[in-house]
Write a protein that binds this ligand. Structure first.
Ligand SMILES: C[S@@+](CC[C@H](N)C(=O)[O-])C[C@H]1O[C@@H](n2cnc3c(N)ncnc32)[C@H](O)[C@@H]1O
Length: 259
């Protein structure tokens, strides 16, 4: 190929609607070379809409290389500010919990940034648990706080979670690839999307120390919907986290009282 000749794979990926076609072409080629698999087969999987991270087995999150096994939710760049905020609220020798950790990307970001801290994670899906363990996370399998060691109750500085928060009725509006490849378990937050968020607001004071932080990803009017729950659970200093476009992306609250 001369420098002026178009790269056929980039053209193919662009035509299929992949906006980062050049980067994807390079990643697919590298993956084919490393795994010794035919490039055509990898491209075919990608063209079917399978997440790139499932094909290459990894993704970048906050600049960290995270292992992603097939079937495991791929962490989104939109969650990176929440992970960075979790690090800011985690003292150097503190204790953090990453709820619904998926691959453990957020836990990994916290543990890497605060090597003297203890970070634990919980996740219900066994494939994701194995993936998080492969990413070096102290991960426990089960529902929200239930599998976590009781020895850390009342000692935790930060509880962070990208939990399922999509309203059930909105699930069909997720992109075709999401709907086809990923599990509803990662997204379904019940009728108003706040089902898991409310449970986390109610259960996290059992693990947090006074002054500890709760950081949750959410969207739309869910921050407003959660305000009373947070206040009932003893949280104050509630901040709605917005992105550069002014869209609601999360909520941060501090445990001020035991109720
Ligand atoms: C939206 S994904 C987020 C994963 C990860 N935090 C990230 O940002 O990459 C939600 C994850 O929650 C897990 N999950 C769903 N319900 C759960 C529950 N009740 N307890 C623990 N994990 C749960 C799903 O299996 C999925 O991996």
């Amino acid at each position: 190929m001369t420098p002026t000749e178009p790269d056929a794979l980039v053209v193919q990926l662009s035509a299929a609607g992949f906006v980062a076609a050049e980067d994807e072409a390079q990643e697919l080629r590298t993956c084919a070379a490393i795994k010794g698999e035919p490039l055509d087969a990898l491209v075919e999987r990608r063209l079917s809409g399978e997440p790139l991270a499932w094909i290459t087995g990894q993704t970048l999150f906050c600049g960290l290389e995270i292992r992603i096994d097939r079937g495991v939710y791929v962490p989104r760049w939109q969650s990176e500010p929440l992970a960075r905020r979790a690090v800011e609220r985690l003292p150097t020798t503190g204790m953090g919990i990453d709820l619904c950790s998926g691959s453990g990307a957020i836990a990994r970001m916290m543990a890497t940034s605060r090597p003297g801290a203890r970070v634990v994670a919980s996740e219900i899906d066994e494939v994701a648990v194995a993936c998080a363990a492969g990413n070096g996370i102290e991960v426990y399998r089960g529902d929200l706080f239930s599998p976590l060691p009781r020895t850390i109750t009342g000692l935790v500085d930060v509880v962070v979670g990208v939990v399922p928060y999509v309203p059930t009725t909105a699930l069909p509006m997720l992109s075709r690839d999401t709907f086809e490849f990923e599990s509803e378990l990662a997204y379904d937050g019940g009728p108003d999307g706040c089902g898991v968020l409310r449970r986390v607001a109610a259960e996290s004071p059992g693990f947090l120390r006074l002054g500890g932080a709760l950081l949750l990803e959410l969207g739309g009017d869910q921050a407003e919907a959660l305000t009373d729950d947070l206040s009932r659970s003893g949280f104050g200093d509630v901040t709605v986290l917005e992105d550069e476009e002014g869209d609601v992306r999360g909520i941060e609250a501090t445990l001020e009282a035991r109720k």
